[in-house]
Design a protein around this ligand. Structure first.
Ligand code: CAA
Length: 255
């Protein structure tokens, strides 16, 4: 299996790309399996937060160059790669990328589909597509500029040169850098911490951050206000506030 799904205690799922012989290149089979897994996890009430990771040397080296070197535009259109990215893009629950080693091309784009990125000190992020005569095709020109701003993004995209984890963190592409050996453990701990909080609130926060950033501020604020009001219809709001006032730990039900 090139992609392994593990359900962990604490309502956390861990999805691991495991194709080291091809540096976790995102073949069609890998992308289809990822799509299948994220579709299932979205509907799984037993999972509140997911971690996406690779192997200890590479997160993912991008799209499978061997599978597209002779492709024509029509072949690429018929492959409709966007269909396999959609379940990850639309995954409604918090998603944490745990990145060791290379996250290049589609691998960097995959990491940018996550909501939080935990990187090892030796991780490297890059969009080297220009070096093989193409451009990023899974959101790299758009998500990267939104994450780090025009001038950092342009340098990464136009040179194809990777940036180290610490630099990526400084420019806003990484949430937290930890020693390489602690990446997965830290990501899973964080996932458990988030999964223990009210899942409906977590989903709304994710939705608002992602949808709101592409809207005019006033429209985004209206969306936020409505979602904020909606939270008062949840059992977890009643429980969370009651527990605070009664000075006891809350017991959330996800309702
Ligand atoms: N696609 C297909 N095969 C790949 C691959 C990729 N993206 N990356 C690595 N491999 C294969 C190599 O061809 C090699 O296979 P063989 O053993 O059959 O020769 C094997 O994995 C090992 O690769 P290396 O010897 O290069 O391994 P390394 O450890 O020395 O280097 C690396 C690792 C820096 C990640 C290097 O493999 C590399 O630069 N890979 C390509 C990165 C890249 O250009 N990615 C962009 C792809 S295009 C894209 O992603 C488009 C998009 O936006 C969706």
């Amino acid at each position: 299996m090139d992609v392994v799904l593990e359900r962990l205690p604490g309502a956390v799922a861990c999805v691991r790309i495991d194709r080291p012989e091809a540096r976790n290149a995102l073949s069609r089979a890998v992308r289809e399996r990822l799509a299948e897994i994220f579709t299932d996890l979205a509907a799984d009430d037993g999972v509140s937060c997911a971690v996406l990771t690779g192997t200890d040397k590479v997160f993912a080296a991008g799209a499978d160059i061997k599978a597209m070197s002779n492709a024509q535009p029509v072949d690429m259109m018929l492959r409709a790669g966007e269909r396999t990215w959609a379940p990850i893009k639309d995954f409604p629950k918090p998603l944490i990328a745990a990145v060791n080693g290379f996250a290049l091309g589609g691998g960097c784009e995959l990491a940018m589909h996550a909501d939080i990125i935990i990187a090892g000190e030796g991780a490297r992020f890059g969009q080297p597509e220009i070096k093989v005569g193409i451009i990023p095709g899974a959101g790299g020109t758009q998500r990267l500029v939104r994450a780090v701003g025009k001038f950092k993004a342009m340098k990464i995209l136009l040179t194809g040169e990777p940036v180290m984890a610490r630099d990526a963190e400084a420019m806003g592409l990484v949430s937290e850098v930890v020693p390489d050996a602690e990446v997965l453990e830290r990501a899973i701990d964080l996932a458990r911490q988030i999964a223990a909080l009210p899942p409906l609130a977590a989903r709304k926060i994710k939705e608002l951050v992602l949808q709101g950033s592409d809207l005019p501020l006033e429209s985004a604020l209206v969306l936020e206000r409505h979602a904020f009001q909606l939270m008062f219809g949840t059992a977890d709001q009643k429980e969370g506030m009651a527990a605070f006032l009664e000075k006891r730990p809350p017991s959330f039900t996800g309702r």
